[in-house]
Design a protein around this ligand. Structure first.
Ligand SMILES: NC(=O)C1=CN([C@@H]2O[C@H](COP(=O)(O)OP(=O)(O)OC[C@H]3O[C@@H](n4cnc5c(N)ncnc54)[C@H](O)[C@@H]3O)[C@@H](O)[C@H]2O)C=CC1
Ligand SMILES: O=C([O-])CC(=O)C(=O)O
Length: 263
């Protein structure tokens, strides 16, 4: 009986998400190359490539970005123009309207799609469906353990190590959140892209010393009803800024490319 061959995968990034993707795939689909700025120890030299052209030369069926906004900016258009679908987790890169336009044009030119993973959040498909009915208001709160905000501009606003209760340090729209906190506000961007856009999506970011998980709260209202989604995502073992669910949202998409039944 005929079956769909698993996709040949090219990865961008060799950090926490990339490694978790490879672990969860467990050989179910071949990784043909990995492009990373600072590869970690233990990366198989046979997989390592230096440039996006080298990655494309390995004839992948799909490229998966798990490296950050800069990687989307640096390689996204080249990948799409070359006629390869690109899955990204660094969705906040699209908060830059010029880059979003360039990527959209490149995808059309290449005849392929830029696919945004749902990442660390649940409920994105419901939000995206409710958009068709008409949305009035979308709110998102990103709440992480205080120290998960180290290395971000939150450090200039709060003494993270001394916090004893939750502190809201950002209130604004999803565009500002995504551009100011590129490693921590991709969910805000994904919510914006699925719902009512970067400028109308209301965002709060919270440093919370009382929690050990990454808590994401989403509420939206419109013609299809009122919805509330709250998740407490386990941080990934490799990077406490990143929820474990993020890598699995990519693997889910990759499995879907070859599965006889897709959900
Ligand atoms: N959509 C979502 O819900 C989420 C998205 N993210 C995004 O995923 C990104 C990666 O997360 P982690 O794997 O936890 O980070 P990490 O810091 O563990 O790994 C990042 C990897 O990307 C590589 N890299 C960075 N810039 C690069 C470039 N320009 N070219 C090639 N390689 C480059 C680094 O060398 C490293 O191997 C985050 O920066 C964030 O943008 C993270 C968490 C959730
Ligand atoms: O992994 C998470 O919990 C969310 C995250 O970093 C992001 O939105 O960029």
């Amino acid at each position: 009986m005929a079956s769909i061959a698993p996709p040949r995968i090219g990865l961008i990034g060799d950090g926490g998400i990339s490694r978790a993707v490879r672990k969860a795939l467990g050989g179910a689909a071949p990784i043909v190359g990995i492009l990373a700025r600072c590869p970690r120890e233990g990366l198989d030299e046979a997989l390592r490539v230096e440039t996006v052209a080298d990655l494309l030369a390995r004839a992948p069926d799909v490229i998966v970005e798990c490296a950050g906004h800069e990687a989307v900016r640096a390689y996204g258009a080249d990948v799409l123009r070359a006629g390869l679908s690109l899955m990204i987790v660094s969705t906040g890169a699209l908060a830059d309207p010029a880059l979003a336009e360039t990527l959209s044009a490149a995808a059309e030119e290449g005849g392929v799609q830029l696919v945004l993973a749902s990442g660390a959040m649940a409920g994105i498909e419901g939000l995206s469906a409710a958009r068709l009915g008409g949305l009035e208001r979308v709110r998102y709160t990103g709440r992480k353990p205080a120290l998960a905000w180290r290395g971000t501009p939150a450090e200039d606003l709060l003494d993270l190590a001394a916090l004893i209760e939750p502190a809201v340090f950002f209130r604004g729209d999803a565009r500002e959140a995504a551009l100011t906190y590129p490693k921590n506000s991709n969910v805000a961007a994904t919510v914006a892209l699925a719902g009512i856009g970067f400028d109308r999506t209301e965002v709060e970011l919270v440093a919370d010393p009382t929690i050990a998980t990454n808590v994401h709260e989403l509420s939206f209202e419109g013609a299809d009803g009122s919805f509330e989604v709250r998740i407490a995502g386990a941080p990934s073992a490799a990077n406490p800024k990143t929820s474990a669910l993020t890598a699995h949202s990519i693997v889910r998409l990759l499995h879907g490319m070859a599965a006889p039944i897709v959900i």
